[in-house]
Design a protein around this ligand. Structure first.
Ligand SMILES: *Cc1c(COP(=O)(O)O)cnc(C)c1O
Length: 250
C-alpha cells in the first residue's frame, strides 16, 4: 500500500539533507567528525503521522517534552528511539523510565531520587543527562553549574541510572552567536567535572533549530531539532483536540 504522506516525507527529507549539510560544515570548521553528532528530532505537538513521515525520511531518534503526549505517540508509532527533552515531574518518573532511552532533563536531586527508586523497582536504566541552567535564568529548570558535581555524586550514591552527560537550553536570543558562551560554559563545566569526579560524561546535548551550528562548533554530541525539520508548532494554548494525540491539554 502506498504511504499517504509522501509530500510530508519529501519535505522532511529535504530539510534533513540541509540540516546534515550544515552540521557537516560546522563539524569541518571545528575539526570534528559528523558521526559524533546525534540528531534528536523533536516531534512534540506533532502527531504520529509526522513521526511516520520522519521515519520514512530516515529518522529514528525522536524527542518529546511531555510524558503523556509521548506515551500516546510511542504506542502509535513503530520502532524508534525516544528521548525526553522537557521537564519531568517526579510523579511521572516511573512512566518516563519505561518510555525513554535517554532523559535529557534531570534537573533536581529529588528527581534523581525518584528515578533511582523507579529504576530499582522496574530495572529500567535509560541514560540520564543533567540539565544545567547555565545562565542562571529564574524562569528555567536545571542545576546551577556549581551544583553539578554534587548531583553527579548523588546519582551514584542513590543508584540512579547512569549519568552520561549534560544538557542545556541557553537564553533565547535571535542571534545564534549569543548562545556560544553558554554552550562553551557547558563544555567547560563537563570537562571540569570529568577531571574532578572521574565521570566520563561523553554527551553534551545542546543546540536547537536556531543555534545548532554554534552548538556543534562548541562540542555538541546531541542536537535537538524540531522547527527546522517539521515547521512551526501550533502553540500549546491554541491547540484543538484533533491536534493532540494524547488529549493531555484538554
Ligand atoms: C522544543 C524543544 C527543542 C526543539 O526546538 P526547535 O527550536 O523547534 O528546534 C529542543 N529542546 C527542547 C528542550 C525543547 O523543548
Amino acid at each position: 500500500m502506498q504511504a499517504m504522506n509522501d509530500g510530508e516525507t519529501a519535505a522532511i527529507e529535504l530539510r534533513l539533507a540541509q540540516l546534515r549539510e550544515r552540521v557537516a560544515a560546522a563539524c569541518a570548521r571545528a575539526g570534528r567528525d559528523p558521526e559524533e553528532v546525534r540528531l534528536v528530532a523533536v516531534t512534540k505537538t506533532f502527531g504520529p503521522d509526522t513521526v511516520a513521515a520522519a521515519q520514512r525520511a530516515g529518522l529514528s531518534c525522536f524527542g518529546e517534552n511531555r510524558v503523556q503526549e509521548a506515551a500516546a505517540k510511542i504506542a502509535a508509532c513503530g520502532r524508534a528511539e525516544w528521548h525526553l527533552v522537557g521537564h519531568l515531574q517526579r510523579n511521572k518518573a516511573g512512566a518516563a523510565l519505561a518510555l525513554f532511552e535517554t532523559i535529557h532533563s534531570v534537573d533536581s536531586i529529588r528527581l534523581l531520587e525518584s528515578l533511582a527508586a523507579g529504576a530499582a523497582e522496574s530495572g529500567a536504566r535509560p541514560r540520564l543527562l543533567l540539565e544545567v541552567n547555565v545562565a542562571g535564568e529564574a524562569s528555567k529548570f536545571g542545576f546551577a553549574p556549581e551544583a553539578v558535581p554534587a548531583a553527579l555524586e548523588a546519582a551514584v550514591r542513590l543508584g540512579a541510572p547512569p549519568v552520561e552527560g549534560l544538557m542545556t537550553v541557553p537564553p533565547f536570543a535571535p542571534d545564534p552567536e549569543a548562545a556560544r558562551p553558554h554552550f562553551r560554559r557547558l563544555r567547560e563545566l563537563r570537562d571540569g567535572c570529568r577531571d574532578r569526579t572521574g565521570f566520563a560524561l561523553p554527551e553534551l546535548s545542546m543546540g536547537m533549530s536556531g543555534d545548532f551550528e554554534v552548538a556543534v562548533e562548541e562540542g555538541a554530541t546531541m542536537i535537538r531539532i524540531g522547527t527546522f525539520l517539521f515547521g512551526r508548532r501550533i502553540p500549546w494554548a491554541q491547540r484543538r483536540p484533533a491536534d493532540d494525540p494524547s488529549g493531555e491539554a484538554f
